[in-house]
Design a protein around this ligand. Structure first.
Ligand SMILES: Nc1ncnc2c1ncn2[C@@H]1O[C@H](COP(=O)(O)OS(=O)(=O)O)[C@@H](OP(=O)(O)O)[C@H]1O
Ligand SMILES: [Mg+2]
Ligand SMILES: [Mg+2]
Ligand SMILES: [Mg+2]
Length: 408
């Protein structure tokens, strides 16, 4: 339709008013952006809080503290082993591991409280038993009060020595968070693989940071793993080598920044090296890492999965999250933890640090259905069953075999 002169005037007026509205909006937007950038220059925290969802957090400080805290707690566990557990004939004697568990938990929680006072902590142990057993509490305090890192500065960053036995007991109980889907939550297993600890085999001091349900940082100390990535460990027992100075590794990872390791005994100044899973061009050549305890993972099912994949090499059997660490550095390829009891819920402290170390080393970690481990459900992995960890390229093949064996 051709506009008449009056309708063309109103048409022009409409265009003009739209132009004015648009320019006002553009002006307002540019003023807002300028104010924001000025604010973030003046107050850097404004920039980081407002762009938190898009920026990648580096977690440098968290990794640093986690590594030092795990290192210091590992010293305690070694002291406890050599003073208390070595030569223990009965594996049922719980006291050495109890001392190590509580002592390591106290030292690590103190370091978290000192550096990240607002964070929550989900830790395995609770101190009720210690309030009832004064002799046990006194014995733990005797060992804990003298533990320090060689480097005094690092030690004071962790909070220095604990003030008293009472403080130690209070601190142990600060690992009682319910966990969940929001906020910053540390998952702590002061000694993972308690049976391995007692038998002089593999155990691990494990600490992970979960932020809004997602693992961001992990640190694991494995006092009895060989420093040499290629050293063989006894395939059937995972026992330490005779020369203990060749043992002790600290693993860590930050989401998006890779996984590293360094000798555990060499303090904060040692340089870390990057680690990665080894490629598996032919799955029949892969090596399984599996648990020692028949009650924790279904070893008959593991063997059936290996058979389906054509794997003939014997599995390397290790207690603790040393299994995650071993495959992350290429000393083994696949970690299977197929459920024995249908209703057992895995604990978040048994998996958080290992999960991120393997994923950052090029692996994929899932449950038996192929779903990612979900750390947002509280103190347990309530939404998952079992664990399957493997290099990304072959993970799908392993899941197919697991599903076929378990008839899922
Ligand atoms: N039934 C069942 N199924 C699965 N997992 C269980 C079960 N019972 C216990 N646990 C937990 O296993 C933790 C030790 O795991 P490990 O990997 O060292 O055990 S194993 O060597 O694989 O058998 C162990 O951790 P720690 O207590 O820290 O040693 C337990 O939390
Ligand atoms: Mg454990
Ligand atoms: Mg434990
Ligand atoms: Mg336990």
């Amino acid at each position: 339709m051709i506009p008449t002169s009056s309708s063309s005037r109103s048409y022009l007026a409409r265009v003009l008013s739209r132009f004015l509205i648009c320019s006002t909006l553009i002006l307002a937007l540019s003023v807002a952006l300028k104010t924001r950038s000025r604010l973030s220059l003046l107050f850097p925290s404004f920039a980081s809080s407002s762009s938190q969802h898009t920026a990648i957090m580096s977690y440098t400080q968290e990794r640093y503290i986690a590594e030092l805290a795990v290192q210091r707690a590992s010293l305690l566990t070694q002291k406890v082993f050599f003073e208390k557990a070595k030569g223990t004939v009965s594996k049922d004697d719980k006291s050495p591991v109890t001392i190590g568990d509580f002592g390591a938990q106290a030292l690590i929680i103190q370091a978290i409280r000192k550096n990240f006072p607002n964070d929550e902590i989900v830790a395995e142990e609770e101190s009720r038993e210690l309030y009832e057993d004064k002799a046990l509490s006194a014995e733990i305090w005797r060992l804990v009060k003298d533990i320090k890192l060689d480097d005094a500065e690092s030690d004071s960053i962790l909070g220095g020595p604990l003030a008293s036995e009472e403080e130690m007991l209070k601190i142990i109980d600060q690992g009682n968070s319910a966990g969940g889907a929001s906020g910053r939550i540390w998952a702590l297993d002061p000694i993972d693989g308690t049976k391995g600890f007692l038998r002089g085999g593999q155990y691990a001091v494990c600490l992970g940071l979960i932020v809004d349900g997602d693992v961001k940082v992990g640190a694991i100390g494995t006092p009895n793993l060989p420093v040499d990535d290629a050293a063989t460990i006894d395939a059937s027992t995972g026992a330490q080598q005779a020369d203990s100075s060749a043992n002790g590794v600290l693993f860590s990872a930050v989401l998006g920044e890779g996984a590293t390791s360094r000798p555990l005994g060499s303090g904060a100044l040692a340089t870390s090296k990057s680690i990665s899973m080894r490629p598996v061009p032919d799955i029949a050549q892969a090596v399984f890492c599996e648990g020692v305890e028949a009650a924790h993972s279904a070893q008959g099912d593991n063997a059936a999965v290996a058979g389906l994949l054509g794997i003939t090499a014997p599995s390397v059997r290790l207690d603790s999250q040393a299994k995650y660490c071993s495959i992350a550095r290429g000393a083994g390829d696949i970690y299977l933890r197929l459920p024995v009891k249908k209703d057992y819920q895995e604990k978040i402290w048994d998996h958080a640090a290992g999960d991120i170390i393997v994923r950052e080393a090029g692996g994929q970690v899932s449950d038996i259905y192929g779903n990612r481990l979900d750390f947002s459900k509280g103190r347990t992995l309530a939404a998952n069953k079992g664990v399957v960890a493997a290099p990304k390229a072959v993970h799908g093949q392993v899941i197919d075999a697991v599903k076929s064996v378990l008839k899922l």
